[in-house]
Design a protein around this ligand. Structure first.
Ligand code: ADP
Ligand code: MG
Length: 416
């Protein structure tokens, strides 16, 4: 009788193992799909104006539906597999009980077994079978948890940005000499976007990067900000290879103003104070005036305490940029990176900002990327970047005189 039970249990165990191995990757894919579909949905809702503007609602609906459909198919597959496990366990259990009834009944009729023996055998069997049935129920939960662990492990195994075994040098006060030595960089293995970039950015100097879009200007800025690491050559700060420097000790000397700068949902004051939460009111006001933020906050009832973002007022691109510039002024960094920091400003506010940018750049090593070449005429050196190479290097007047690529860009712009 025991053998008669063990055979179906063994068959069940085999089916269950196969089924669990089958659903584990499905659960793993589900995690990814979920992230994809919800991520896309969030983006779509944020960009709803663009979608309406291009009458692309239907297309976006379709994308969402496709994602949900894939998710549904995934859930269906895993549910089918779990259903297979439960139903096969029920079936095999039924078969086993029927078999035992048959054999037991036969033995009792033959008088080789008593009722008591039969009852106690069935009871003990129940004790053994119940956990096995339970296991099949827990099994799918366990598999789902394992798939979750797989994904967690993938994340845990990623390289940490600030690897304390490699980045051992802690910078104190820095001068701010940044040197690029034969730097090469690629985002993907087979496509190099920067080739052999070498230049010096002396402490306190302004380096302007110009060139067509996609030429590699932001990538150079990203390397100087340690957001990216060179694939060849090196970047040094005061003579120290930047890839060996403790990131937070370097970045505490760094300030960035980017084209679409990140602002919190919160008051304007909080947004400006965030690099230096303990700054005094005077320092704050100096930064606010330096970036001409008060020029528009004075018109708000709550002034600097006006809430911005979803719950508050919406700011224009230029206003947002002025807040980012105030933030950088307040942070008072030694190295500053301005990546198209004035591109959202109208001509009038740009004229204001020029003055505060000038203030911001004083005595700091500055990298400035600007569409409008008028913003960079006073730079100590201008690097013209094309296809990841420095094609020209010099001051504004020299480059104009040599009538090369910079001259082309400049004359083209002054015509319009
Ligand atoms: N995150 C990224 N992944 C892959 N390629 C990228 C990434 N960012 C930029 N690129 C590519 O690198 C090149 C240089 O880009 P970028 O430095 O942003 O140019 P620029 O700032 O001069 O407009 C472009 O060809 C761009 O397509
Ligand atoms: Mg760029």
């Amino acid at each position: 009788m025991t053998i008669f039970v063990l055979v179906p249990v063994a068959i069940f165990a085999f089916i269950a193992l196969k089924a669990f191995a089958y659903i584990r990757p499905i659960f793993r894919v589900r995690g990814k799909l979920n992230a994809e579909v919800t991520g896309r949905l969030t983006e779509t809702l944020n960009g709803v104006r663009v979608i309406k503007g291009f009458n692309a609602e239907e297309q976006e609906n379709k994308t969402f539906e496709d994602g949900v459909e894939r998710l549904f198919q995934n859930v269906k597959k895993s549910l089918t597999a779990t259903a297979l496990i439960t139903s096969s366990s029920t079936l095999l259990l039924g078969l086993a009980s029927a078999g035992i009834m048959g054999i037991g009944g036969y033995f009792i009729m033959q008088n080789t077994m008593t009722y008591g023996d039969f009852i106690s055998f069935t009871l003990f069997l129940g004790f053994m079978i119940a956990p096995i049935v339970q296991m099949s129920n827990i099994g799918s939960q366990l598999t789902e948890a394992m798939a979750g662990l797989d994904r967690t492990q993938e994340i845990m195994e990623m390289d940490e940005e600030d690897d304390s075994t490699v980045r051992t040098v802690k910078l104190g006060k820095i001068k701010g000499d940044i040197v690029f030595e034969n730097v090469a960089f690629s985002y993907d293995e087979n496509k190099e976007v920067l080739h052999d970039i070498s230049f010096d950015a002396h402490a306190g100097s302004v380096t302007a990067l110009v060139g067509s879009s996609g030429s590699g200007k932001s990538t150079i800025a990203g390397l100087a900000a340690t957001f990216l690491n060179p694939k060849g050559g090196k970047v040094t700060i005061d003579g120290i290879d930047i890839s060996t420097v403790n990131l937070s000790s370097y970045r505490s000397n760094l300030g960035v103003v980017l084209q679409d700068d990140f602002l919190y949902e919160g008051t304007i004051r909080e947004n400006i104070l965030f690099p230096r939460p303990h700054a005094t009111e005077d320092q704050l006001l100096a930064a606010v005036q330096g970036a001409y933020v008060n020029e528009f906050t004075d018109r708000f009832d709550l002034g600097l305490d006006t809430v911005i973002g979803e719950r508050g007022v919406k700011l224009s691109g230029g206003q947002r940029q002025r807040i980012s510039i105030a933030r950088a002024l307040l942070a008072d960094p030694k190295i500053i990176i301005l990546d198209e920091a004035t591109s959202n400003l109208d001509t009038e506010s740009e004229a204001f900002i020029q003055k505060s940018l000038h203030e911001l750049m004083k005595d700091r090593t500055t990298f400035v990327i600007a569409h409008r070449l008028s913003t960079i005429q006073k730079a100590d050196q201008i690097l013209v970047i094309e296809d990841g190479n420095i094609v020209e290097k010099g001051k504004h007047d020299e480059l104009i005189a040599s009538k090369g690529r910079y001259w082309e860009l400049f004359t083209y712009q002054s015509r319009i």
